[in-house]
Design a protein around this ligand. Structure first.
Ligand SMILES: Nc1ncnc2c1ncn2[C@@H]1O[C@H](COP(=O)(O)OP(=O)(O)O)[C@@H](O)[C@H]1O
Ligand SMILES: Cc1ncc(COP(=O)(O)O)c(N)n1
Length: 268
């Protein structure tokens, strides 16, 4: 029987379909990894912002994790929104049972500006979960918070990747340049080499869920056995295509197109 690549996301939801669990599962599907999900918080949100958040009870998060871990092999996994310290503790206890690459999207604030995790949980995320990661994928504000250092230039971005690995114990760090000006350039430090991944900046406000989609694509490619560099390269290609072909849906920041790379395949 053919071996199936499997990927798990542990994150919050987005009923409008552009971010969170929904973005992750759509992305896993496009990359052709079998997608699984553990829901941490049910979020009422759309392209304009977050209206309400309901946290899933801790025992239920634990039971969802047990249900998946005990039954199906997980070849790579990611975490997104983990709203508070108690949830982080439950997840930190289970992670050692999942022997697979771990991609952390250190979600803190939605594109709309709404907070998605409690302020005091940010330190816990860095101290207790970051050391388990194979890769952490902060945007500029998240990298500033995690390192405690201001980022104003590409040199600052490069430095942040090194600090996240050398000082805080991330397996590797990808600092994303979506919040900078000019080309959309991301820097990856894997503990020995620094790499950059660039694309032209696309003139659009449809960036709801870009971080979720990017980290999910990287997770899916890792689940298929690509090495870290190849997985990030393929993930960057996936998210750039998804932004370039994004949808002007809703009245805020529209979602990306998770099936954009399918169109490229048809064109070839
Ligand atoms: N307007 C844009 N054009 C092209 N790429 C972009 C654009 N905005 C963001 N990106 C890319 O999308 C990915 C997600 O980055 P970013 O927006 O920084 O993350 P987040 O969604 O976590 O804030 C990165 O690869 C970034 O370089
Ligand atoms: C449940 C959830 N998780 C994460 C994000 C961040 O979205 P973005 O990728 O736009 O930063 C979000 N809006 N909702």
């Amino acid at each position: 029987m053919e071996k199936v690549a499997t990927a798990l996301t542990i994150a919050g939801t987005d009923p409008s379909g552009g971010a969170g669990i929904q973005a992750d599962l759509k992305t896993f599907q496009e990359v052709q990894s079998y997608g699984m999900s553990v829901i941490t918080s049910v979020v009422a949100q759309n392209t304009t912002g977050v209206q309400a958040i309901h946290h899933v009870p801790l025992e239920m998060i634990e039971q969802q994790l047990d249900a998946v871990i005990s039954d199906i092999p997980i070849l790579a996994f990611k975490t997104g929104m983990i709203a508070n310290i108690d949830m982080m503790k439950v997840i930190a206890e289970k992670i050692p049972q999942i022997r697979a690459p771990y991609v952390m999207d250190p979600v803190m604030v939605a594109t709309s500006g709404d907070a998605l995790i409690e302020a005091k949980a940010r330190d816990f995320l860095r101290e207790r979960l970051l050391p388990f990661t194979s890769l952490v994928t902060p945007n500029i504000p998240e990298a500033e918070f995690l390192t405690g250092e201001k980022i104003d230039s590409t040199d600052d971005m490069k430095r942040a990747t090194v600090v996240l690995v050398e000082r805080f114990g991330a397996g590797a760090a990808l600092v994303k340049g979506g919040h900078m000006e000019g080309e959309a350039t991301d820097f990856l430090y894997d503990g020995s080499s620094l790499h950059s991944f660039s694309s032209e900046r696309i003139d659009t406000k449809n960036t709801h869920g870009t971080g979720c989609t990017y980290s999910a694509a990287i997770t899916a490619y890792l689940s298929q056995g690509l090495n870290l560099y190849e997985a990030v390269k393929a993930g960057k290609h996936f998210v750039t295509a998804a932004i370039a072909d994004s949808f002007t849906l809703g009245s805020g920041h529209g979602p990306t197109n998770h099936w954009a790379i399918r169109k490229e395949k048809v064109k070839q």
